[in-house]
Write a protein that binds this ligand. Sequence first.
Ligand SMILES: Nc1ncnc2c1ncn2[C@@H]1O[C@H](COP(=O)(O)OP(=O)(O)OP(=O)(O)O)[C@@H](O)[C@H]1O
Ligand SMILES: [Mg+2]
Length: 227
Amino acid sequence: MGDMIRVENATKLYGRAGANGAAVHALNGVSLRIDHGEFVAIMGPSGCGKSTLLHVLGGLDVLSSGEIYLDDEPVHRLDEAGLTRLRREKIGFIFQFFNLLPTLTVEENVRLPGLLQNLNGGEIERRTRALLEAVGMEHRAGHRLHQLSGGEMQRTALARALLMEPRVLLADEPTGNLDSEASSRVVELFREIGERHRTTIVMVTHSREVAHAAHRVVTMRDGRVVD
Ligand SMILES: Nc1ncnc2c1ncn2[C@@H]1O[C@H](COP(=O)(O)OP(=O)(O)OP(=O)(O)O)[C@@H](O)[C@H]1O
Ligand SMILES: [Mg+2]
């Protein structure tokens, strides 16, 4: 039994050194361990590598060097097919701008990952009902996205990210465009769901108030963890 997430000396270099000075060390030697069921907030100034870290943790991007273990699986050694499987089986993502599908209703958005992954129809319905209730959106199930508030969209995105019951939830500024009341509602849900299902949660935020709801705050600067 190890950590849920272990990062060893991870670097991510964008561009090429020398050519025109355009190389950027988005990650510059990050080491980090996160426990099963832990809720971690990542903070730090714009451009310090927070989103890059989430992307490599979730197999959306690959490291230049270093190691990442997710549930003891070496993510840095996976090929494209392996990364796709990892994302499907273990990861839920939430981005700041939701990436929900605007022409679908709330419940259709939540169901979508189950349909894409051929989950049994009855099971999709059961989970969709339970999640819409958990995030307080059952009364808006048939609404289309333009009929929702920002906080409601964010709660829909949370329900969708949880449909496949991921071991790890990665959220990039999930409350970035919410007022403080809607923000605390969303992070409170993160906490509850994390505790109920032992989901490991890594959340990037610029808000101290939001970070406060996490078990631990990790601070980054210039591609490194400083605290
Ligand atoms: N595809 C890319 N190509 C080149 N450089 C990139 C690329 N993506 C990110 N970067 C650079 O890597 C650095 C880290 O970017 P990242 O998106 O991880 O920052 P961040 O901490 O999430 O910032 P913010 O708080 O503004 O979202 C930045 O300097 C950025 O310009
Ligand atoms: Mg970012």
